[in-house]
Design a protein around this ligand. Sequence first.
Ligand code: HEM
Length: 361
Amino acid sequence: MVRSFHKEREEEINILMEKLEQASSSSSTVNLSQFFITLTSDIMSKVALGRKYSSDEGTVNIKTVVRTFSRVFGTFPVAEYIPSLAWIDWIRRLDGKAEEVSKTFDDFLEKVVQEHDFDVDKKRSGFVDRLLSIQREQTTPFVFDRSYIKLIILDMFIGGTATTSSLLEWTLTELVRHPECVKKLRDEICSVSAHNSYVNEDDVEKMNYLNAIVKETLRLHPPLSIIVPRLLSEDVRLRGYDIAAGTQVMINAWAIQRDKATWGPDAEKFKPERHLNSSLDFQGQDYKFIPFGSGRRLCPGIRLALVLVEVTVANLVKRFDWRVQVGPYGVDKLYLAEAAGIEACRKYPLIVFPTSVVFPI
Ligand code: HEM
């Protein structure tokens, strides 16, 4: 499944490269955060929905809705934990906003499914077409109706778009702050893919340092800082605390992955080298490193996210030098604040100057 969409990924990454080339030749800044959300939402559209949807054709602006969805559903619901303070949610219009964004998404997905269902003979390869054919074959042991199809594609779309874009923006943020890592990465890219202008998916599989950079970014900036809550199925005693069955448990991956007791005194430092020659992985087996969760609900999009992020970063580093506008506190003080919401993306967009480089340098 991941391999089968590599052409679509290549196409979209090349569109991004062209936009950056244009910005470089006119010496203008670009909003990389905006470019990344466009890239991931266009790719997820092609994978999940079979094609890109633009707001000009009467559909919603899908990028804005994804961001709103994350913001609304990532807001702490005070009433759920302290019912007497429910008025706070009421003032914030939390329920109303959640209903609005859900309806916007539902209307959009209804149109998408209708379009695919209506035109069955048109050859398409998106996930929605596969789900529709499962529905037509009626082979599932339960009634697999349209609401399931919409929920599955919504899950994929929301699960894959802002998370992957957030990982891209934090990886670039850390690289802009650490030119020594860019130098090492360029050397690696040069040794693996010196002669092609496009670094492809086979190339990045050979790049250990690139992989370590992405891992280190996932450690310091897990896109879902609090993973999906769990409900305890039985009573548990943990470090002297009794936790009753039925309690909702929140797991803070962000804090676990910055814990000095586990990661050492330099836990807050961006140091990709800590992952070289280390067997530590993020497939949910090592509880100190769980950016994709763990257990039965482990993220199903790990491979898709990684390949997309690694190929994009490799091409961005191979083809451009990156500079940020010097603010009142200097480049070193590139603001690291995180936005509120389900995904811990940057609070302020990453604005940079790209300059094309001739490779090899
Ligand atoms: C850097 C990118 C991504 C990160 C950090 C990420 C992280 C996560 C995390 C932490 C969970 C919850 C796991 C748990 O509770 O144990 C999750 C679930 C999920 N992710 Fe991802 N994800 C990413 C990309 C993707 C992509 C590309 C897709 C789509 C193909 C995707 C689809 C999903 C879905 C459908 C779930 C729900 C799984 C379930 O409830 O069984 N994710 N993801």
